[in-house]
Design a protein around this ligand. Structure first.
Ligand code: SF4
Ligand code: SF4
Length: 476
């Protein structure tokens, strides 16, 4: 057993209000620079939809991530030999149109306009060429389901569903999916880089780009199935989410999590067995990847794990943070959070609590059998959520939704002054203290409960010094 610590995030999709506030501080701090105009390290997509860049989830088109073939686990876009032979032409790269051509406005024309009969108007101009732009697409073009009738058919999460049914107004459903780099345990971006410029930090698992080593081959961009590495056309190098490491090293959470208006984000430490990575990533079927990933994650309360972790040099404050970790509770103890597209086999570390869709739910029954029935009758089809979060396996999604519903009904019985309805909890495998903890964490938790990160050890000043290479050097 080789124990490692990994920083991870959980997002509760039930509470995301699609305000995009998370994207803005990230953009202001990390990508507000020349060459990075089109980059959103954090973006918020409206589902159903095809996202940013367009159809990023469709690996038939983008060929990112890993596939399990006759020779075992392989990069979907081909291995080192294939890359070397095609090093001057990468056919799998997304085009700028698939992201969007960034634009700006000449605001001075508004301010300096002389008095006139009609209000002055300004046209969008490309930030790349300066030419007037006919806007056709943007990073949140599909917000509030805009254009769903056109793009909806391209959403791969409708697999095994009659997509036309859900594009009809009376059946349509909607939720938001905020996305950032997954800081994967088996990152395809790292494995794709011919220069060895991408690396996963030993101490916390954050995946970074060494700007000194990057040669701009862009195989990381196409290799990432989540399309969360970007090419800076000005510097000629790759860039990606840094999990705000200058903040996390000081024990603070990421900018996107800190600024989240809906308080949907949780950040903490997971302990995992690094010796099981290869086995989990090469699980025999796509649906077997999520359970294999769960088996890799270790219980920080287990005395054997704690003893081994200490013997292997994990710091006391890291172990203490792992024991208080809200993400460990949501992912492992309560099984409420699920990974995004585990079938990409990168073992992602940003997880999601699936959204309830209460509009069509009769929430006043206390019978647990009805609970399950209700979950199946929710407006958002379980099949859609399962395609998004568990490679189509509906069982874990149904369990998470049933537990959320049960806690909601238990709290409802308390709030209405009735006898606490614990029966509903029994039926979904929750006890009373656990239900209280879930309610507290999902509904009331303050900053200190939602974000539990250790500070970097004082003697580890080297981490800070590396900012010049794994950050953006002088460009920042
Ligand atoms: S999500 Fe992040 S860590 Fe995972 S493959 Fe993509 S860029 Fe690499
Ligand atoms: S700030 Fe929070 S609530 Fe708003 S879009 Fe981002 S994740 Fe959702």
């Amino acid at each position: 057993m080789k124990i490692k610590a990994q920083y991870a995030m959980v997002l509760n999709l039930d509470k995301c209000i699609g305000c995009h506030t998370c994207s803005l501080p990230c953009n202001n701090v990390w990508t507000n620079r020349k060459g990075a105009e089109y980059m959103w390290f954090n973006n918020v997509e409206c589902k159903p939809g095809i996202g940013y860049p367009r159809k990023w989830e469709n690996q038939q088109i983008h060929r990112g991530g890993w596939t399990l073939g006759e020779k075992g686990l392989q990069l979907a876009a081909g291995g080192r030999v294939h890359k070397t032979l095609n090093i001057f032409h990468n056919p799998d790269l997304p085009t700028i149109d698939q992201y969007y051509e960034p634009w700006d406005y000449d605001y001075a024309k508004l301010i300096e306009s002389p008095a006139r009969q009609h209000q002055p108007a300004i046209r969008p101009r490309s930030q790349l060429t300066g030419e007037p732009l006919d806007l056709q697409w943007g990073p949140n073009w599909e917000d509030d389901l805009a254009g769903l009738a056109t793009t909806g058919g391209g959403d791969v999460n409708f697999k095994n569903l009659e997509v036309a049914t859900y594009l009809q107004f009376r059946n349509v459903f909607m939720f938001w999916l905020p996305r950032l780099c997954e800081h994967c345990l088996n990152p395809a971006c790292v494995a794709s880089c011919p220069s060895g410029a991408l690396y996963k930090r030993e101490e916390d698992g954050i995946v970074l780009v060494d700007q000194e080593r990057c040669r701009g081959w862009r195989y990381c961009v196409s290799g990432c199935p989540y399309k969360k590495v970007y090419f800076n056309w000005h510097t000629g190098r790759a860039e990606k989410c840094l999990f705000c490491y200058p903040r996390t090293e000081a024990g603070q959470t990421t900018l996107c999590a800190h600024s989240c208006v809906g308080r949907i984000r949780y950040v903490g430490v997971l302990l995992y067995d690094a010796e099981r990575i290869a086995q989990a990533a090469a699980a025999p079927t796509d649906q077997a990847v999520y359970p294999a990933q769960m088996e890799m994650l270790l219980d920080p309360e287990d005395p054997e794990v704690r003893r081994a972790a200490k013997a292997q040099g994990l710091a006391d404050n890291v172990l203490a943070a792992a024991r208080r970790s809200p993400v460990h509770a949501l992912i492992c103890r309560w099984r409420l959070a699920l990974p995004l597209h585990p079938e990409f086999r990168t073992l992602p570390m940003v997880w999601y609590v699936p959204p309830l869709s209460p509009v069509s739910v009769q929430a006043d029954t206390t019978d647990a059998q009805d609970q399950v029935d209700q979950v199946d009758r929710m407006r958002i089809p379980i099949t859609y959520l399962a395609n998004l979060l568990t490679a189509g396996d509906e069982v874990p999604v149904r369990l998470a939704l049933s537990r959320l519903m049960a806690v909601r009904q238990y709290m409802r019985s308390l709030r209405l002054g009735q006898t606490a309805d614990t029966q509903v909890l029994d039926k979904v495998g929750l006890d009373l203290p656990t239900a209280d903890r879930i309610y507290h964490l999902l509904a009331l938790a303050r900053l200190d409960d939602r974000f539990v990160l250790p500070t970097a050890p004082a003697g580890d000043a080297g981490i800070y010094k590396r900012q010049g290479t794994c950050g953006f050097g002088d460009a920042m």
